[in-house]
Design a protein around this ligand. Sequence first.
Ligand code: AMP
Ligand code: MG
Length: 340
Amino acid sequence: MTIIINMRSGVDEVKLRIAAKLIREGKLVAFPTETVYGLGADALNERAVRRIFEAKGRPADNPLILHIAKFSQVYELAREVPEEAKVLVERFWPGPLTIVLPRKDVVPDVTTGGLDTVAIRMPANEIALKLIELSGKPIAAPSANISGKPSPTSAEHVADDFYGKIECIIDGGETRIGVESTVIDLTEHPPVLLRPGGLPLEEIEKVIGKVRIHPAVFGKKVDTPKSPGMKYKHYAPNAEVIVVEGPREKVKGKITELVKELKERGKKVGVIGSESYNADEFFFLGSSVEEVAKNLFKALRYMDKAGVDVVIAEGVEERGLGLAVMNRLRKASGYKIVKA
Ligand code: AMP
Ligand code: MG
């Protein structure tokens, strides 16, 4: 049975105590963060963590991010905390930044996918912070979607994937940012960006200087990725996705052409972007890159419900949140990219 707790009008400590108790008992609780919804369990409880992998159908070597509510918890989970980590989190926590550090033995192998490192973040969401605090545990929480599907940005999305399969869903309304956290590996020098996300790389570089971008961020095939999650299919709706990239005017021409061609072949076509291009279905992503990020996963899920055969996505510039948006779109398409 799944309890759904409505917390749309703000933190309710009495109700959160119920959810925190479930976490302590090794149960699964989905909760909102500022990025996307997380599927949470006690990160130090092997059996509970194993259930996250089972529920999501997540490959066992794809490690989880541990969510904390106080900076001092970093020292309970990590062997070393370099100066760069302190400076970064001082500036950006709570917020959409995940840091990878050498792990302590208290963190079970299942949680880190067998890696000797641990990924940690403090979310900027009052419900999430209070839940973590009341549970008294670090909470392991990957995005609350079936593995490979678009991430959830509302409690409805979580219910679509997990109703009846997890103990609790806390409904805190739509998430503010809409793409997952930025993941940075601080065990390397210079640090390595493993996943672009809600905190733009430019902001990080202002604080700690040059960061290396892992080639997998742009879809390059790598044999032994530092972040195993990078090699798996991700964010994909059931429909085929095509991303059209290039200068704005050329992109518009190319999408117009593609929509016409696909419709002539009898396909039901959806467009996500800034205009409809005469497609069968259209989802307006927004007029700023922040809005595009916020609406991206919702748009992909919408297209599946509308039953389209093909989704054509308008590419955005790879600046600020645009780097995360393009990373998600390319992955969602399985790298089916059309250069205009
Ligand atoms: P998700 O929580 O579903 O958004 O995925 C978590 C992301 O963090 C995945 O891309 C993981 O590969 C990455 N991650 C988690 N722990 C580690 C770690 N110890 N080292 C590198 N990447 C990690
Ligand atoms: Mg995920």
